[in-house]
Design a protein around this ligand. Structure first.
Ligand code: XMP
Length: 319
């Protein structure tokens, strides 16, 4: 039987016994798994843990601030915040292919993380928020094939050249157990219940070339969509929901004038395992409200569409 306070004590004991007086580094992404791993390890070894949070400029609205508030300010975890957005936009200039974008974002992340890791000279351990389904997956489960369709770069997959030992305290846990553990460790409920967010972030939700201007428009549209889903009580009824930036201009009218602006697509799905998914039957009134707000509040967007494609044959993300 699963008893949370006992489990936390046991896990802390195991981490202390494993790590001793060594330093530990962890790449914090803002996602549930790395957040819970960070909170747990911090509880076990305190300042022996250093987290590295790389802002690639492709995060959701307020994400960097929330991560820093929660970890650095509230939990008093040592967090190195690297604002690398300019480098990422620079590297992505002129790149249109989705897989190429993933490779660039993944490679750049590793490089930056590695640079920071080398500065922490007493670090012997690399901590990762690997959970049980990830363990099965990399052992060659059914998701292997899906991974060749889209390469999945996460905070994981850091190179062996770091010469660090791996610390993976969530390896035995399922997602719902990780969430429960996170709550027990005092992480905010909205961080724990957040939809999954891909490693390449908005980089694969801006179709084709990634530009700062597009990322800003998309962040704003996505924020409105998510806010209205929460208000309508639909956020927890969907497995993943987000906006997609479509770099195509279409004609509209505003007042007496003609507009010629970009398109935002909304995507919301329900799924058990993310291998197959249904589009969510969101109420028309909710969709209408989101559309009105996006078009009225964001200059540069004059059309909003809703994606009604299932997976398969479509994927959840557009790239
Ligand atoms: P698709 O689009 O393949 O997405 O139906 C299935 C799930 O995987 C996430 N996804 C990614 N996660 N790096 C990630 O860390 C990626 O490159 C990536 N591509 C897709 C997607 O958000 C969905 O939850």
């Amino acid at each position: 039987d699963w008893n949370m306070p006992d489990y936390v004590e046991e896990a802390i004991g195991r981490i202390r016994a494993t790590v001793g007086h060594d330093g530990v580094i962890l790449g914090l992404s803002g996602g549930v798994d790395s957040s819970v791993a960070a909170a747990l390890i911090h509880k076990a070894v305190g300042d022996q843990l250093t987290c590295v949070f790389v802002d690639n400029g492709l995060l959701r609205a307020n994400e960097a601030r929330q991560v820093m508030d929660t970890f650095a300010n509230h939990l008093e975890v040592k967090v190195i915040h690297v604002d690398a957005s300019r480098i990422f936009f620079e590297r992505l200039k002129g790149v249109n292919d989705p897989e190429e974008k993933r490779r660039i974002i993944g490679r750049e992340f590793v490089e930056i993380f590695q640079g920071e890791a080398e500065k922490i000279i007493d670090a012997q351990w690399l901590a990762q928020g690997t959970i049980y389904p990830d363990v099965i997956e990399s052992a060659g489960g059914k998701t292997k094939k899906a991974n060749t369709i889209k390469s999945h770069h996460n905070v994981g997959g850091l190179p062996e050249t770091l010469h660090l030992k791996l610390l993976e305290p969530l390896r035995e846990l399922f997602k719902d157990e990780v969430r429960e553990l996170g709550l027990a460790l005092g992480l905010p409920r909205d961080m724990i219940n957040r939809h999954p967010f891909p490693g390449p972030g908005l980089g694969v939700r801006i179709l084709g070339e990634v530009k700062y201007e597009y990322a800003e428009l998309l962040r704003h549209a996505d924020q409105i969509f998510i806010e209205e889903l929460h208000r309508a009580g639909w956020y927890q009824k969907t497995s993943q929901a987000f906006a997609v930036f479509v770099p195509v201009k279409s004609v509209g009218v505003m007042g007496d004038g003609r507009t010629y602006e970009y398109v935002i697509a909304l995507r919301a799905v329900q799924t058990q395992d993310f291998m197959t998914a249904n589009w969510a039957e969101l109420p028309y009134s909710l969709l209408g409200k989101v559309s009105n707000r996006i078009i009225n509040e964001i200059r540069g967007i004059n059309r909003v569409v809703y994606d009604i494609s299932g997976k398969p044959p479509a994927t959840i993300e557009w790239e």
